[in-house]
Each structure stands twice: as C-alpha cells, then as structure tokens.
Design a binder for this molecule. Sequence first.
Ligand code: AMP
Ligand code: MG
Length: 423
Amino acid sequence: MISVEAALEIILSEIKPLGMERINILSSLGRVLGEDIFASTDNPPWDNSAMDGYALRAIDTKTASKDKPITLKVIEDLPAGYTAKKTIKKGEAIRIMTGAPMPRGADAVLMVEETEAVVSGQRSVARNQKSEVKIFREARLGDNIRKAGEDFRKGDLVLTKGVSIRPAEIGMLAAVGKPIVYVHQRPKVAVLSTGDELVEIDETPTDGKIRNSNSYAIAAQVRACGAIPVQLGIARDNKKNLREKLEAGLTADCIVSSGGVSVGDFDFVKDVLKEMGSEMRFWKVAMKPGKPLAFGVIGGKPAFGLPGNPISSMVAFEQFAMPAILKMMGKKDVFKRVFYALLTKPIKKKTGRVHFVRGVLEQKNGKFYATPLEGQGSGILSSMVKANCLIVLPEDISDADKDSKVKVQMLGQSFLYQDRHGY
Ligand code: AMP
Ligand code: MG
C-alpha cells in the first residue's frame, strides 16, 4: 500500500499546466491568472476626500466647537470627477464630495455633519451658492484625506500568476486598466463509467442493474474545479468496449474513469490503460473509502482510474484528481484547505489507513465541532448529501475519542462554480 501523500506527490509530478489564452475579464471568474499584474499608475492617483464635507486648513479650525463655531468662507463647490480651480487661503473652505481631488492649500476635510452651511445669513444646504460655513469641530491635519497611492503604487505587483480569479481579482484587473487577461486554458476532462450493471439515469433498473450516478457526480466535481467535463458514457466490462471509450477520451486533456480497478474478474481498466501505452501505476492507497487507484499518462494526458463505489470515487476525486486538474489550470496552491475541529462523537478506526469520514462541521460559541454521520459505507450517497465536510483521521491513529481535535476538509465549498461559457 502507498500513502495518500505519496500517491498525490507522484501524480502531481506528472502534471503540467495547460497553455494560456487571452480572455475578457468578465469571463475570467474561476479561472487561474496566467500572468503577474503590475500597476501602471498610483491608486488613487491623487490625494482625495474620503467624505462629503469641506476641504479646509486644519489650522483655521483651532478652538472650533458646537458652542463656539468658526465661520469659513466657501469659495468653490467641488463634485467628484473635477479638480478645484481655486487655492484655499486663510479662512477659506471648499465644499467637497467624496472622491474629489484635494484642492491646493487644503490639508484636512471636515465631514458635512460637523458643519452648517450659511447663505446670506440664512441656514441653507443649497449647492452652487457663494456662502459661508460654520465649523463645529477642530480638524486635525490629514483628517478624511485618502492619500495618493494608498491602495497601490505605480509598478506594484498587484496580482500574482497562479491565483484563482475571484470577484476581487476582477475588480483589481479593472482598476489597473486590464480588460483582457492571460489565463490558463480550462482542461477538458473525459468522464467514463464502467460496468455491465449500469443503466442510464432515465431508465428503471431491473435484474441486478443500478443507475449510473458516478458519471454525473464526477462531471459535477470536474465543473466545480472550473474544468469542462466531457461525457464518455458507460463502458461495458470487456476490454474492447473499454478501449474504444478510453481512446475516445484522448481527445480531452485528462481522463477520469470510475469502476473496474479492483481485483475482480471483470476489472479491466488498469490492463486497458496499460495496453494503450501508458506507464500505468496501480496502487492500493492506504485510505478509506477508495483503496484501489490507477494513474498513468497516455500521450501526455493524465488518466485516473477511480474506484467504482460512489463515495470512493468522489473522495478519490477530491484527493487526487482535483489537485491535478487545478494544477493543469495553472493554480499554484492545489491542496485542500484544512480546518481543525472537536469531535462530538467517537470514531472507531484501526491504524494503517487514512479515514475520510463524512461529517457535519458546525460552529458553536466560537468553536468548530465535527460530527461524523451515520452510514459510512462506500456506497451510501445519502450521508454524502448530508455531509459538508470530510473528517480526516491519519493513518497512524486508531480510535478517535469524543472531544479530540481532528482535521477537516470542507466539501464543495472551496471552489468556484462556473458555466461552460462564462457569462
Ligand atoms: P467496481 O469498482 O467496478 O467493482 O464497482 C464497485 C461498486 O460501485 C459496485 O457496487 C458498482 O455497482 C458501483 N458502481 C460502479 N460504477 C458505478 C456508477 N457509475 N454509478 C453508480 N455505482 C457504480
Ligand atoms: Mg465494475
């Protein structure tokens, strides 16, 4: 048997990122950035007001209070998007809107709530009128000024190659004036189910048959990675049919099959992959569920033979195929994020294999708790549906006690979902 880590290390050593393409940033959600992005200007480009209020000289507001306001002359009205024509001198202020560049001579902004506009001796909030303003508070130097370059400076590395593009990254690309960006191509992943017992999902299974659920669950996992599933359908348990289907899969960038990798009489996947010229590795991986795993590279394309049981295939996909696909997509960080939680119920286990236990992770009073679910058989989809996490118990431990600290991987939340065509 080989450890999960060792198998993953071998797999990743064989995987290379796909080539790049240039796309509109609006279609880039969930893709992986293929270039470092540098800022071509400072952001913000100039000092500007963080508030609607009055730009003024802090020194002119000394001793101002609610009871003893100081009156300044308002010499200009400055909306966002314009620069002030005038320079503020002693005893003067400019009415300023959020985002407007700081006028010359001003060194602070007081927010409008701390002032009262006065026009011809009357109270008024009307704009565009020569007026005065009462100041109810002392301003300190630099109050409510956003400094030029406080977000980023010209030449700064603002986004790094290999990161997943989220809404924030798209905002940054827009802010630095990049409407088009290099991303890695999305891998096409051929998905194949194997087994004489499988019928299509719109059929009613009779005579020992079952519905082919794996093709759908795995295709969804492929999409959850941001890659493109290509359905190869069902291969029957004979070498000829298997080979035909797997060869059809070579038009994709990667193949993922399920079933037919055990030691049963009709488990031909590893033999056929070998015949197709791959340096095939076949392992018993020290994990539960999902022990048998085949992996090889055919004509430069990675091929995964996952076990057939629905949970085994999904768990093996998460541990092995997902990091590989993310690496193909150019992602730097391909490992699943791990959390720590306290077990609410003991779990029985023998040493020797990593157990991936379907569970529910919850937060109570600021602490994370993981509860293992009933029904941990490798064919039990209903507990997978209830689960939001996998509790990961390492190879070398036996029973895990209630209240012990355990590692947890989140299920289905760590990826971005994206339609095939972006949006
Ligand atoms: P195998 O690894 O081919 O021996 O399959 C192990 C178990 O998983 C058997 O009970 C199969 O019926 C089941 N199984 C295999 N492929 C699928 C599939 N595509 N959908 C649902 N169950 C499957
Ligand atoms: Mg089978």
